[in-house]
Design a protein around this ligand. Sequence first.
Ligand code: HPA
Ligand SMILES: [Zn+2]
Length: 339
Amino acid sequence: MTSALKALVSAAPKVELHLHIEGSLEPELMFALAQRNGVALPYKRVEDVRAAYQFSNLQEFLDLYYQGMSVLQTEQDYYDLTMAYLQRCQQDNVVHTEIMFDPQGHLERGIAFATVFNGISGALLDAERQWGLSHRLIMSFLRHLSEESAFAALAEAEPFLKHIHAVGLDSSEMGHPPEKFARVFARCRELGLKITAHAGEEGPPAYVWQAIDTLQVDRIDHGNRSLEDDALVQELVKRKLTLTVCPLSNLKLCVVPSLTQHPMLDMLKQGLKATVNSDDPAYFGGYVNDNYHALIDHLPLTHSHLYDLLRNGFDGAWMDDKQRQQHIRTLDQAFSVRC
Ligand code: HPA
Ligand SMILES: [Zn+2]
């Protein structure tokens, strides 16, 4: 039964709504780029990198995530990184992806915004031309840095904003509440950008409230701790706000003690628009299908729950409506849902 469900999900068209492109840097590519650019890494072998990926919280992961980024220097590096991820999307039948990137993590190392943007978007456009994978690009602000730094990153992004669909908020959550960036996000809304923010991954429900009320988000990234506040759950349900949940990330960062205790089923039961995503697949041990399979292995998920998760993804995507409807028809056929 579980293998049939896994096969069904693997073959179904799906979206990814929560993916940090820098978090898709596999150790093999990290080593290749380090060699290409003459960057010293504190590891001798690829296996040593994977062995180091044991985290007990978000910050322990972020320390290695920022260290890993140091190998990314040229436009070709960003292209190769993105193309490798997009090829994984093709293998997983991901037909639309909305990827985040962290410009401040590159600008502060002296890499030009154009270098980062051109490499990432070059690969996105090639994947769209070559096999029809559609995309949106989300620029994320690092919340451990200042409001001034976020405004400076936004200024660097201005020439490229036509191609950037949304802004997000990521990095160390505790002690960096969404309201710290109220003015930055107000300006982004004026610029017509969609808004998302990591909230309730490690931070309290109050941070999710701030993301909704102050930042006026269109989606919430993670949102797990919303379940601690019934009124907040009701508000998320009322607003039909999509939660981009990341099961293997939650496990690796100790947001949940085990996948059998993952709140995904509870989220669906309460009417939340939860979706399945990989977050930083190279660090957390799996891409989108791996995340679905891990849930199937550990929770009593039915055919109907899986349909809802896949469907919530399409409903929450910032994609072209005609394409959305076409993909939903294919999804419905795969799950034999009558119109
Ligand atoms: O899971 C995450 N949480 C917060 N910031 C991040 N930056 C990359 N991944 C993450
Ligand atoms: Zn994330």
